[in-house]
Design a protein around this ligand. Structure first.
Ligand code: GDP
Length: 332
């Protein structure tokens, strides 16, 4: 099939390419679903409708941790291990920083270079920044597209800053929290909520002088997790240590995920979790669609900047400005 980056394909062409596992078309399709242009949205919706429910056998994994904890090094090492187990791996990133600073905490495309070269891997850097209305995360759609393209292990990477873990929880089957040992009192400064959301904690960089501290950290986290009530699905969060640099601990983490998948599939929580996520998706699809309609509206567009300036200068209140814009939108 002849295509260039700028060409927009038909929905059928995108679909054929995705189902054939063509990574270039997959990347183009993800760009398409992230677009807020009206004509792109129509094609994107047609594609998404066709690729839903192809991920029954996949495992969706959230990987979270503060900058520097070793996320990208871990994903590279873990990813290569998973691929060695005859899996196809896709890595998607949610980057919470981009709306405010225009910068990126997760960094640029040079991360995970080796994995990116692997034909059984597909790496998608963080969502592209869009104009007014902020970043539209279409990670859920990207997951479905990757699954349709034959990627059966999907990693969603995000920086642990609070809100992003909640967002990721709604997208994944299994949440892995990466932690560093030896940062003073292990449990200080860690929000209970963040730990509660993890199905496992992996202490990273457990190599060299850090081995002993990592083992101590593991015990502290295990003790702390024992104090939490058991989750409805019956899973007790696990704590492990690993070294991505030495490729150690990856088998243990992968086997733990397989055990989780097996347990949850047999007790019904796998399906239930995904069903609940569908509902969250419906609400987020409604919000995103309304938001796009609003910011694409020509009446809104014509005055938005002026009103924004007034609000920023304090000559109009935020509330009255919002009301004014919304009434322009609804009375069109
Ligand atoms: P991210 O910001 O969470 O993605 O962290 P990076 O993967 O970029 O790693 C941050 C730093 O920690 C880099 O200098 C890595 O080389 C180092 N690092 C990552 N994993 C390991 C590990 O397993 N052992 C050791 N000793 N260093 C590591």
């Amino acid at each position: 099939m002849a295509y260039t980056k700028k060409n927009r394909l038909t929905a059928e062409e995108y679909l054929a390419g995705i189902l054939a596992g063509d990574r270039v078309i997959l990347a183009m399709a993800i760009t398409l679903v992230e677009s807020q242009l009206e004509e792109d949205r129509t094609i994107a919706e047609a594609i998404i409708e066709q690729v839903s429910n192809r991920g029954e056998k996949s495992i969706r994994i959230g990987v979270t941790g503060v900058p520097g904890v070793g996320k990208s090094t871990f994903i590279e090492s873990f990813g290569e291990y998973v691929i060695s187990q005859n899996k196809k791996l896709s890595v998607l990133a949610i980057d919470p920083s981009s709306t405010k600073t225009g910068g990126s905490i997760l960094g640029d495309k040079t991360r995970m270079e080796n994995l990116a070269k692997n034909p059984n891997a597909f790496i998608r850097p963080s969502a592209s920044r869009l104009a007014l209305g902020g970043v539209t995360h279409k990670t859920r759609e990207a997951v479905l597209l990757c699954e349709a393209a034959g990627f059966d292990v999907i990693i969603i990477e995000t920086v642990g800053v609070g809100q992003s873990e909640v967002a990721v929880r709604e997208l994944v089957d299994f949440s892995l929290l990466l932690m560093l040992a030896g940062a003073g009192d292990e449990l200080q400064g860690i929000k209970k909520g963040i730990m509660e959301m993890a199905d496992a904690i992996a202490i990273t960089k457990a190599d060299g002088d850090n081995v002993l501290m990592s083992e101590q950290a593991k015990k502290s986290y295990q003790n702390a997790l024992h104090l939490f009530p058991v989750a409805d699905n019956g899973w007790l969060p696990k704590v492990t240590t690993c070294s991505a640099l030495k490729n150690e601990g990856m088998d243990e983490i992968w086997n733990m995920m397989l055990k989780f998948a097996g347990d949850m599939r047999s007790n019904g929580f796998w399906k239930e979790n995904r069903n609940v996520q569908q509902l969250a998706w419906m609400h987020s699809a409604i919000e995103q669609s309304l938001r796009a309609d609003f910011y694409n509206d020509k009446h809104v567009k014509s005055v938005l900047e002026t009103i924004e300036n007034q609000v920023q200068k304090g000559t109009q209140t935020a509330w009255s400005a919002a009301k004014q814009l919304l009434s322009l939108f609804y009375k069109k």
